[in-house]
Design a binder for this molecule. Structure first.
Ligand code: OGA
Ligand code: MN
Length: 222
């Protein structure tokens, strides 16, 4: 179990500024890239959590409910661990994203209702080909967030996230997966990919969702 050593002063002071910048960016262009923006205490707890996680906590990622792992390996190769709030670090993360959800709902009236997220580990050579996190009309995943937990990332390690502005954009914007970088984007609107990494790469990926409950049932995470 990881000790919770968030510095509350910094935590309380930093978030409104960051959340406001994210809200403005989403409104203006639909995505927001914020290097070194995750509160330091939270970044440290999450890094400790990752460093003390057993290999058996990560499972191979799947895409969608029905697809076969064999097929997926051409699209996506990495491992994930869903965050359910088992440790202090996980709970701090869920608290922080909950505050962001409340802020964005007030500011942008997005109606975000729930949140799901997982740690991800890309080993050397792992990648995630160009994809979107939600399909138009599904009205489910609204906003994607990715935060990176890799101290001292060097350009030669590759592993960048590339965000494309639309379906025909082939150039994209490259984001280095450096420690504490926070990326947020509209899930339906931005195809993106992870370039094959040359070293271990750790991140959290999460999705704010609309209320998709049908007859009292809430969709489970994919
Ligand atoms: C994802 C994803 C991006 C990244 O998990 O859907 O696109 O940079 N992750 O890890
Ligand atoms: Mn994605």
């Amino acid at each position: 179990m990881v000790n919770n050593n968030i510095n509350h002063h910094e935590y309380d002071e930093g978030n409104p500024g960051l959340f406001a910048r994210i809200a403005d960016d989403i409104q203006e262009k639909g995505f927001s890239i914020n290097p070194f923006a995750l509160p330091l205490g939270l970044s440290g707890s999450l890094l400790d959590r990752i460093n003390t996680m057993g290999d058996d906590e990560f499972v191979h990622a799947r895409i969608g409910r029905e697809q076969l792992l064999m097929k997926n390996q051409f699209v996506r190769k990495n491992e994930i661990c869903w965050i359910t709030g088992e440790t202090n670090a996980d709970r701090d993360w869920l608290q922080w994203t909950g505050e962001m959800q409340t802020f964005l709902n007030r500011r942008l009236l997005l109606g975000l209702f729930s949140f799901e997220s997982h740690y991800s580990h890309y080993a050397e050579g792992d990648f995630y080909k160009r994809h979107v996190d939600a399909h138009k009309g599904d009205a489910n995943r609204v906003l994607s967030i990715v935060v990176y937990l890799n101290p001292e990332w060097l350009p030669e390690s590759a592993g960048e996230l590339v965000i494309y502005k639309n379906d025909s954009d082939q150039e994209g914007i490259k984001v280095t997966p450096g420690f504490g970088t926070v990326v947020v984007f509209l899930s339906e609107d931005f195809p993106h990919e992870v370039i094959a990494t040359k070293r271990d790469r750790y991140a959290i990926a999460g999705w704010f969702r609309l209320n998709s409950s049908v007859l009292g049932r809430i969709d489970p995470p994919i």
